[in-house]
Design a protein around this ligand. Structure first.
Ligand SMILES: Cc1cc2nc3c(=O)[nH]c(=O)nc-3n(C[C@H](O)[C@H](O)[C@H](O)COP(=O)(O)OP(=O)(O)OC[C@H]3O[C@@H](n4cnc5c(N)ncnc54)[C@H](O)[C@@H]3O)c2cc1C
Length: 482
C-alpha cells in the first residue's frame, strides 16, 4: 500500500480484547485508532469471572488502577458440586492466588474509559467498520460508519477484536470452524444462596449443567446451560431439571425467572478461525477463537493475546508479517489446550451417557484424593498452565480412576459400554496432544531453517527491506471523509 498512514494501528472493537490490544500497542509508542460499534454491555451475558492469570496480564498492560478500583468479589478457585454421589470438590488456584468477579459492564466500561486516556489512543465510539478496502503486508485501508457518514482510514496494522461473530474477520476473507453447543441462560440471584461464596460454583451430573459466582456484594450470577432445543420455558414446565441444585438456589432461580428483568441469554459456541493473520491484519480475542465459557478463560485469553501481540511487534518492529507469524505461533498451543479442555470438560460435566457418568465418578475420585491433581486442574482451567501434554496426562489419570470405579467389587460391575465410551472420550485430548507436539517440532524446524537462511543471505538483503518500520506517523487529520 503506497502513501502515508493516518495511524499506526486501527483496533476494530473496544471489548476486553480491543482495550487490551490498544493499551499494549500504545505502550510500544504506536498511534492507535480504536473504532468501537458500542454494543450495550449492560444487556450482555458475557465474561464476569477473571482468573489470577488474567488479572496479572491486565496489570502488566497498565490497568492496575482500574483493577484496584473495581468493586469486585474475590474468587479462590472452583467448587465442583456433584449430584450423585452428592460431593463437593474444591479446585484452588496455585499458591493461594485469587481471581475476581464482577458484573460484565462494570468490568469492561472502565477498561475502555482508561484506555482512551492513554497517550496515542484515539477512540471513535459508535463507529462500525464496514469494509476492508485494501490489505497487504504494507498496510490496510478500511471504511467505517460514524456520525451518519462513511469514513476511510489507513494504517500499518489492523487489529480485529470485534468479538466472536467478527464481521471484520469475514471482510478479511478468513473462514472459521463454527459449532453451536448450547444456550446459556443467565440470572441474578441473592448471593446468600451460594454454598461457597468465594468460589466459582459448578453444578454437574444433574439433568442440566449450571454455574454460579458472586458478581457484587449480595448479588450472584447463575448460568444454566440449556441444551439445543431447550428454552427458559422448558425450565418452568419441567421443575425436575433443576432438582439436583441446592434448594435455596432453585428457589432464587425461580424468583429471578418470574422477574424477567435480570434474564439474559447467550449462545455457547466453538469458533476457530482458520488463521489469525492475513496481510497486515490480525485477529485477537474471541474474533480469533472462542469456546464454551465453563472454564471462564475467555477474557484471560484476550489479555494474553494482547501481550503476545505486543511481544511479537516489539521483537519484529520492522517486519509486520514476521511479527504476526510469531504472534500466531505463540498463541496457538495455549488456544489448542484451552479449547480442547473446554470441550472435554463440557462433555464430562453435561454428558448423560454411562461413559460420562463414569467419567464424573473418576473426576471426584481423582480430584478428591490428591491436592496436586486438584491444583493441576485449576492451573489448566485458569490458563496458568497451557501445556497440552499436561491436559492429556491429567485426562488419562481421570479415565484410569473412572475405570477403577467401574471395577467389580467397587460400586458396580464393569459395564463394557461405559468403558468403551470412556476410552473413546480420551481420543480428542490425546490427538490434540499429539498434534501439538508435532506442531512444536515443525515450528522448531521452521525457526531453525529461517535462522540458517538468514545467515546465508548476502549483506544488505535484510527482512526489513520493502517493509517499512512501524512507527508513529506525523499528526495528521485522523479520518478522511469518503
Ligand atoms: C455466557 C458467557 C459467559 C462467559 N463467562 C466468562 C467468564 O466468566 N470469564 C471469562 O474470562 N470469559 C467469559 N466469557 C467469554 C468472554 O465474554 C469473551 O471471551 C470476551 O468478552 C471476548 O472479548 P472480545 O473483546 O474478544 O469480544 P467482545 O466482548 O464481544 O467485544 C467485541 C466488541 O467489538 C465491537 N464490534 C463489533 N463489530 C464491530 C465492527 N464492525 N466495528 C467496530 N466494532 C465492532 C462491539 O461493539 C464490542 O464492543 C463468557 C462468554 C459467554 C458467552
Amino acid at each position: 500500500m503506497a502513501g502515508p498512514c493516518d495511524f499506526d494501528v486501527v483496533v476494530a472493537g473496544g471489548g476486553p480484547a480491543g482495550c487490551a490490544a490498544a493499551a499494549a500497542l500504545a505502550q510500544l509508542g504506536q498511534s492507535v485508532l480504536l473504532v468501537d460499534a458500542g454494543v450495550d454491555r449492560h444487556k450482555q451475558l458475557s465474561g464476569e469471572l477473571l482468573h489470577p492469570t488474567g488479572v496479572r496480564a491486565l496489570r502488566e498492560l497498565g490497568f492496575s488502577e482500574v483493577v484496584d478500583a473495581w468493586l469486585s468479589c474475590p474468587v479462590r478457585g472452583f467448587a465442583i458440586f456433584y449430584a450423585s454421589p452428592a460431593r463437593v470438590v474444591v479446585l484452588p488456584y496455585k499458591d493461594g492466588a485469587a481471581g475476581l468477579s464482577l458484573e460484565h459492564s462494570a468490568l469492561t466500561v472502565p477498561l475502555l474509559d482508561a484506555v482512551v486516556r492513554r497517550p496515542g489512543v484515539t477512540l471513535l465510539a459508535g463507529a462500525r467498520v464496514t469494509s476492508v478496502e485494501h490489505n497487504d503486508e504494507r498496510g490496510v485501508r478500511l471504511r467505517f460508519l460514524h456520525d451518519g457518514g462513511v469514513h476511510e482510514v489507513r494504517a500499518r496494522l489492523l487489529v480485529a477484536s470485534d468479538g466472536r461473530a467478527s464481521p471484520v474477520r469475514r471482510m478479511l476473507g478468513i473462514s472459521e470452524n463454527y459449532t453451536r453447543i448450547s444456550t446459556m441462560l443467565g440470572l441474578c440471584v441473592d448471593s446468600a444462596c451460594l454454598p461457597r461464596p468465594e468460589h466459582g460454583h459448578k453444578f454437574v451430573g444433574g439433568p442440566l449443567y449450571a454455574l454460579a459466582y458472586a458478581i457484587q456484594p449480595g448479588v450472584a450470577r447463575v448460568m444454566v446451560d440449556l441444551p439445543l432445543g431447550t428454552t427458559p420455558q422448558t425450565l418452568m414446565e419441567r421443575p425436575e431439571l433443576l432438582a439436583t441444585l441446592p434448594p435455596a438456589l432453585v428457589a432464587e432461580i425461580r424468583r429471578a425467572m418470574d422477574a424477567t428483568s435480570t434474564l439474559r441469554m447467550a449462545s455457547n459456541d466453538v469458533r476457530l478461525s482458520e488463521r489469525v493473520w492475513k496481510g497486515s491484519a490480525v485477529l485477537v480475542g474471541d474474533a480469533a477463537s472462542c469456546c464454551h465459557p465453563l472454564s471462564g478463560s475467555g477474557m484471560t485469553s484476550c489479555f494474553q493475546d494482547a501481550r503476545a501481540l505486543q511481544d511479537a511487534l516489539r521483537r519484529h518492529s520492522d517486519d509486520i508479517p514476521r511479527a504476526l507469524e510469531q504472534y500466531a505461533r505463540t498463541r496457538r498451543p495455549a488456544q489448542r489446550t484451552r479449547v480442547a479442555l473446554a470441550s472435554s470438560l463440557y462433555t464430562a460435566c453435561a454428558g448423560q451417557d454411562e461413559g460420562m457418568q463414569a467419567l464424573r465418578l473418576g473426576l471426584i475420585r481423582y480430584w478428591d484424593c490428591s491436592p496436586r491433581s486438584a491444583r493441576a486442574a485449576m492451573s489448566l482451567l485458569s490458563s496458568e498452565d497451557s501445556r497440552m501434554s499436561v491436559l492429556a496426562r491429567e485426562y488419562l489419570f481421570i479415565v484410569g480412576h473412572s475405570l477403577m470405579a467401574l471395577r467389580p467389587g467397587h460400586q458396580r460391575a464393569v459395564r463394557p459400554r461405559a468403558a468403551v465410551s470412556l476410552l473413546r472420550s480420551a481420543g480428542p485430548p490425546l490427538r490434540a496432544a499429539l498434534g501439538s507436539t508435532l506442531e512444536q517440532v515443525e515450528s522448531w524446524c521452521h525457526r531453525r531453517f529461517r535462522h540458517l537462511r538468514r545467515h546465508a543471505r548476502p549483506l544488505g538483503q535484510g527482512a526489513a527491506q520493502g517493509c517499512p518500520r512501524i512507527q508513529p506517523v506525523a499528526p495528521a487529520a485522523p479520518v478522511h471523509g469518503a
